[in-house]
Design a protein around this ligand. Structure first.
Ligand code: GGG
Length: 351
């Protein structure tokens, strides 16, 4: 099979982790006789430096002409607390999600027994967690109006949702729950927020079409605690944009490192694949970042290409590598391996 993949490194450690994912994809291509053609685009601070814009038109064109996008990370401290900055790198990632109509951000959280000692799982005698977060990606407070008035003394971030936006991701999440353990938690703040009450009403309606799935409601504050004390109760978590962003980073603590978590962002056409972690600029260029989140994102891309066997092989390679003690510095600060070494081990296993 032949596939065109847009590669966007973005900022910080984006380049070095994405290069390891490409190594894994190249190994898969060799074993299964596929052809993956890569084309590079710019986004984030790297794009602002080169063109003045966080998402140049050329990148949008490259992405739209591809079957999928493999993305690294966005963010650069030069733009933090800088009132003179007219654009921010993060505007690039929000804009490309809108351009590609990516509304469903899927973040699987699977723990590795050999890393349980790093997480609350050990303390609570929990052997393994395996759940998936469905984060709404194209609306909510991220895309509402952001403005100040009263001479900068008052700030506003507007959160808006409509029924259509909720329904489309709810259907995706329920379909996934049907193929898993048939449990879905809607996480919201319906005791306070009007948008959350619309989520409850709409999701309750959608649930009628999925009578085999058990639907439960949970407030975000409770969900944040339950993820630590009893993560095994979750199968599919469905939530809005901001809550999903926060809960998925928290889930990094459950697996032992945020660097392990992958994601897929899907909409009507193109798939967009990126690790959950951000740009971690302090580590950039040092070959110490964890490439597993990016490599597992490439595995999700293979699933999207309808290559389940290939995706499983990548996941097996990751499990073997971690369970054999080959880990990066975020997991073991004494006996650690470099980003590129982990990438080599994983691609060697695939080959
Ligand atoms: N690879 C994920 C990433 O770069 N995250 C940094 C970030 O600020 N993302 C904004 C968001 O995910 O909404």
């Amino acid at each position: 099979m032949k596939k065109k993949i847009a590669v966007i490194y973005g900022d910080g450690i984006g380049r070095e982790v994405t290069e390891q994912a490409i190594k894994a994809l190249d190994a898969v291509a060799e074993v299964y006789n596929h052809t993956f053609i890569y084309e590079r685009g710019l986004l984030g601070a790297e794009a602002i430096d080169a063109t003045g814009e966080p998402l140049p038109h050329k990148t949008i064109d490259i992405a739209k002409k591809s079957d999928a996008v493999l993305f690294g990370a966005v963010g650069d401290p030069r733009f933090d607390n800088n009132p003179a900055a007219k654009v921010r790198p993060e505007q690039g990632i929000l804009a490309i999600r809108k351009e590609l109509e990516l509304y469903s951000n899927i973040r699987p959280v699977v723990s590795y027994k050999s890393l349980n000692h790093l997480s609350p799982l050990k303390l609570r005698n929990i052997e393994q967690v395996d759940f998936v977060i469905y984060r709404e990606l194209s609306s909510g407070i991220y895309f509402g109006e952001h403005y100040t008035n009263n001479n900068g003394g008052t700030a506003h971030d507007v959160c808006t949702y409509n029924v259509h936006e909720i329904e489309r991701i709810a259907h995706s999440a329920f379909r996934t729950a049907q193929q898993r353990h048939k449990k879905l938690h809607l996480v919201d703040k319906a005791n306070v927020m009007e948008t959350s009450r619309l989520w409850r009403k709409t999701v309750t309606e959608v649930a009628r079409q999925y009578s085999d799935v058990e639907l439960k409601f949970m407030y975000i504050d409770n969900a944040a605690m339950q993820l630590i004390i009893n993560p095994g109760q979750f199968d599919v978590i469905l939530t809005e944009n901001l809550f999903g962003d926060i809960l998925s980073d928290e889930s990094g603590a459950i697996t032992g490192s945020l660097g392990l978590l992958p994601s897929a962002s899907l909409g009507s056409k193109i798939g967009f694949f990126e690790p959950v972690h951000g740009a971690f600029n302090e580590a950039a260029g040092k070959d110490i970042a964890n490439p597993v989140g990016s490599i597992l994102s490439a595995a999700m891309m293979l699933e999207f290409f309808n290559m389940p066997e290939e995706a499983d092989l990548v996941k097996q390679a990751v499990s073997w590598t971690l369970n054999s003690g080959f880990v990066t510095r975020d997991i073991d600060s004494v006996n650690y391996y470099y980003t590129s070494t982990i990438g080599d081990l994983i691609s060697d296993f695939i080959l």
